[in-house]
Design a protein around this ligand. Structure first.
Ligand code: PGA
Length: 249
């Protein structure tokens, strides 16, 4: 049995004050939720505040990005050790916005995962195809490449895979549950090649316009183990409804 994993990716949103306001509402709303991993990924500037506010609650902290060296002359970057030190359990790695706007390659993603894991930081590895790639029927090639290079030399523990079709991110166009299930089942097949039966232990979560309205049907899919939520995670009311998804058959 895999524990459902529901994560909020705030991207470049919320000041320290806004983070505090969100958590003041959100913590009581999810206090009684059990059997679900609840994660929030605020911007770096809000991590310390969020860490203090969620202490003793059922909420875990993630960063949105991490650098692939321990320390040194890398102006503007943040190391895994700094994130662990501040209370992060996870970092998102390889989000499509990082790949697209900051030219992160699969090789860089691999280095980041490697050092994050050495430091004891869990990883939310994002993969997914563009609309162009889907239309050219390259979806499975893209996912295979991102997994093969991204996970090269990496052991299976402490990794969550987020399938985020780029055409569904921030567009209001969610993948249909069947499309999500098809991609997730494919991802699990690939993981089986590298990790054998341990592939069953991976949470494979879906991201791309997840809302309170569509979360239940996505979570009903066999291989959809959770969600990475952008826009709909910015309001406590809406993210708490997502965390409290209902199992429909
Ligand atoms: P969205 O973003 O929910 O706003 O589509 C998801 C993500 O990019 O992680």
């Amino acid at each position: 049995m895999r524990t459902p994993f529901l994560a909020a990716n705030w991207k470049m949103n919320k000041t320290v004050g806004e983070t505090r306001d969100f958590l003041a509402q959100f913590i009581p709303q999810v206090r009684d939720v059990s059997g679900v991993d609840i994660v929030i990924a605020p911007p770096f500037t809000s991590l310390a505040t969020a860490a203090a506010e969620i202490k003793g609650t059922n909420i875990m902290l993630a960063a949105q990005n991490v650098f692939h060296e321990e320390k040194g002359a890398f102006t503007g970057e943040i190391s895994p050790r700094m994130l662990v030190d501040i209370g992060c359990r996870y970092s998102i790695i390889g989000h499509s916005e990082r790949r697209q706007y900051f030219h992160e390659t699969d090789e860089m993603v691999n280095k980041k995962i490697m050092i994050a894991k050495q430091t004891g930081l869990g990883v939310i590895l994002c993969i997914g195809e563009s609309l162009e790639e889907r239309e050219a029927e390259k979806t499975f090639d893209v996912l295979s490449r991102q997994l093969e290079i991204g996970l090269n030399g990496i052991e299976y523990q402490n990794i969550v895979i987020a399938y985020e079709p780029i055409w569904a991110i921030g567009t209001g166009k969610t993948a249909a549950p069947e499309q999500a299930q098809e991609a997730h089942a494919f991802i699990r097949e690939r993981l089986r090649i590298y990790y054998g039966n341990n592939a069953e232990k991976f949470a494979i979560i879906y991201g791309g316009s997840v809302t309170p309205e569509n979360v239940d049907s996505l979570m009903a899919c066999r291989d959809v183990d959770g969600a990475l939520v952008g826009g709909a995670s910015l309001k406590a009311e809406s993210f708490s409804r997502i965390v409290k998804f209902r199992k429909v058959q």
